[in-house]
Design a protein around this ligand. Structure first.
Ligand SMILES: *Cc1c(COP(=O)(O)O)cnc(C)c1O
Length: 435
C-alpha cells in the first residue's frame, strides 16, 4: 500500500490552465473566473471530495455550467407578474434587441448629422412624450426612488415636503420613502391621519417653509374602510394658491387607466390633474427596464435635469434604449401576463396537468412588486406535492413555483406559451426525482 499523500498529485494551476479541455471550456470567460474555478477544484481535491485526477474534469464541468454571469434564467410560475426577486419586468422582444444593439458604441449623446454633441437619450424622451401627451417634458433616471429623491431635493431643498400620513410607504427590504427623502436634507411634514386626510390638513401645513406638496400612491398596501384622501385637482388649486410645486409619485408606471386595475393611478391622470412632476418606475406595470420616469411641466422638469444630483442618477444607454423600445415596440410580457385570458390559462394548465398526472386548480395571480395591492388576477395552476418546489428551483431551466397550503402550485400566467414544452419537461423531471 502506498503511503504517498494523494494531495501531492493535485495538478498545479499552470498545468490545469494549459490543458486543452480547460482552454476550450474557458473560451469567452475572463482570467479571474477561470482561476477561481481551478482554485475551487483544487480545494475540493485537497479536502478529499474528489480525486486529484478529477481536477481537470471538475474545472471543465464548473466552467461549462455557467457563462460569464452567474444569473440564471428562471421560469416564473408564481403567478406574480412583477416579481422583484426575479428582476421585475421581463423585457419585450423589441426592448431586448435594442438593449443588445446599445451594448456597442451608439449615438446616445451625438447628432450624427452634424457630428455635434446632442441631448442624451432624446429618443427615450420623445417616446415618453408620445406615450404621455399631457406631459411637456420628461427625464429618465436610474429608478423610481432616485426620481423621488431628485424631485424633492431639487424642489424643496431643506424646506418641508408636505405629505399625507397615510402615504408613508416602505417599499421593501426595509427602505422607506420618508427616510430616502430626509437623507438629502428635506424635512417631511406629515398631515392628516393614517386613514383620513382632508384639504384643510394640507392647507394648515402650508407656509413659507413649504418646499413642495407630495402625493404618493400607497402601491403595496391597502387602507380600507373609513378613509379619505384629497383628489389631485384640489391639491393643484391649493398648490397654485400658495405658489408651491405639486409632485405625484404614482409608483407603478401605468401610462393610462387600465380597467383590470381600477384603483391603480396612471401617469396620464396625474398629469391631466396638473401635477408639476409625476414619478413612476420603468420596470413595474410599464414592463420596461429599471428606470425612474419624471414627467411634467417643462419648467419643473428642466429644473430637475439641471440639478447636480441629476448627474448622479443618470440613466445608462442600455436603459434608454430598452425604455424607448418598450414604449415604441410591440406588447410587453407584463401586459400579456396581466391580461392573460383565464380560459386559455385553464387549457394550458389542464394540458400540463394531464401530461404529468396532476390536477389543475383555480389560482389567482397578482400584480406584485408595487402595484395594485390585493387585486386578484383569476387564473389556473397545476397542483404538485410541496416537495416538487425545490426540485423545480434546482432544475434546468430553473422554475419558481408558488408554495402555498402544503402544495407546490405551478401558475402559467407569467410563462410564455413558447416555454410550455420546457416547463412540462422541467415538471416531469422534478416529479421523477421525487419517486
Ligand atoms: C416602487 C415604488 C417606488 C420605488 O421605485 P423603484 O423603481 O423601485 O426605485 C417609489 N414609490 C412608489 C409609490 C413605488 O410604488
Amino acid at each position: 500500500m502506498s503511503t504517498e499523500d494523494p494531495r501531492r498529485r493535485i495538478p498545479r494551476t499552470d498545468r490545469v490552465l494549459a490543458d486543452p479541455r480547460v482552454r476550450a471550456a474557458a473560451a469567452g470567460l475572463g482570467d479571474a473566473a477561470v482561476r477561481a474555478a481551478v482554485l475551487a477544484a483544487q480545494q475540493r481535491a485537497r479536502g478529499g471530495e474528489i480525486a486529484p485526477e478529477a481536477v481537470v474534469e471538475a474545472v471543465v464541468a464548473g466552467l461549462s455550467a455557467r457563462g460569464a454571469s452567474s444569473l440564471s434564467p428562471v421560469l416564473n410560475a408564481t403567478g406574480v407578474v412583477v416579481h422583484t426577486n426575479l428582476g421585475r419586468a421581463p423585457l419585450s422582444h423589441a426592448a431586448k434587441q435594442a438593449l443588445l444593439a446599445a451594448a456597442d458604441y451608439v449615438d446616445v449623446e451625438l447628432d450624427l448629422a452634424t457630428g455635434q454633441r446632442s441631448a442624451r437619450g432624446a429618443g427615450a424622451r420623445e417616446a415618453l412624450l408620445e406615450a404621455c401627451p399631457a406631459a411637456e417634458d420628461a427625464l429618465v433616471v436610474t429608478n423610481g426612488a432616485a426620481a423621488l429623491v431628485l424631485a424633492t431635493t431639487a424642489l424643496a431643498g431643506t424646506r418641508e415636503v408636505v405629505v399625507s400620513r397615510g402615504e408613508f410607504v416602505e417599499i421593501g427590504a426595509g427602505f422607506r420613502l420618508s427616510d430616502l427623502m430626509e437623507s438629502t436634507g428635506a424635512r417631511l411634514r406629515e398631515v392628516g391621519t393614517t386613514n383620513r386626510t382632508h384639504l384643510g390638513d394640507y392647507e394648515a401645513a402650508l407656509g413659507p417653509g413649504t418646499g413642495c406638496i407630495l402625493k404618493v400612491h400607497p402601491s403595496n398596501f391597502r387602507v380600507a374602510g373609513f378613509t379619505a384622501a384629497v383628489p389631485l385637482r384640489e391639491l393643484r388649486s391649493l398648490a397654485d394658491a400658495h405658489g408651491v410645486p405639486l409632485v405625484v409619485d404614482v409608483g407603478s408606471g401605468l401610462l393610462t387607466p387600465d380597467p383590470t386595475l381600477p384603483d391603480e393611478p396612471s401617469l396620464a391622470e396625474a398629469l391631466e390633474a396638473g401635477a408639476d412632476a409625476v414619478i413612476a418606475s420603468g420596470d413595474k406595470l410599464l414592463g420596461g427596464p429599471q428606470a425612474g420616469l419624471l414627467l411634467g411641466r417643462a419648467k419643473t422638469v428642466r429644473r430637475l435635469a439641471r440639478f447636480p444630483l441629476a448627474r448622479a442618477v443618470r440613466a445608462d444607454k442600455l436603459t434608454l434604449a430598452a425604455l424607448e423600445a418598450t414604449l415604441r415596440g410591440g406588447p410587453t410580457p407584463v401586459g400579456r401576463s396581466l391580461h392573460a385570458d383565464p380560459e386559455r390559462l385553464r387549457e394550458r394548465a389542464e394540458a400540463l396537468a394531464s401530461v404529468v398526472g396532476a390536477e389543475a386548480v383555480p389560482h389567482d395571480g397578482r400584480v406584485g412588486g408595487g402595484g395594485a395591492p390585493g387585486v386578484p388576477l383569476p387564473g389556473w395552476a397545476v397542483r404538485l406535492p410541496e416537495a416538487a418546489a425545490e426540485a423545480l428551483r434546482l432544475g434546468t431551466p430553473a422554475v419558481l413555483p408558488r408554495v402555498h397550503d402544503g402544495a407546490c402550485l405551478v401558475d402559467l400566467r407569467c410563462i410564455p406559451e413558447a416555454d410550455d414544452a420546457a416547463l412540462t419537461d422541467a415538471v416531469r423531471a422534478a416529479l421523477e426525482g421525487l419517486r
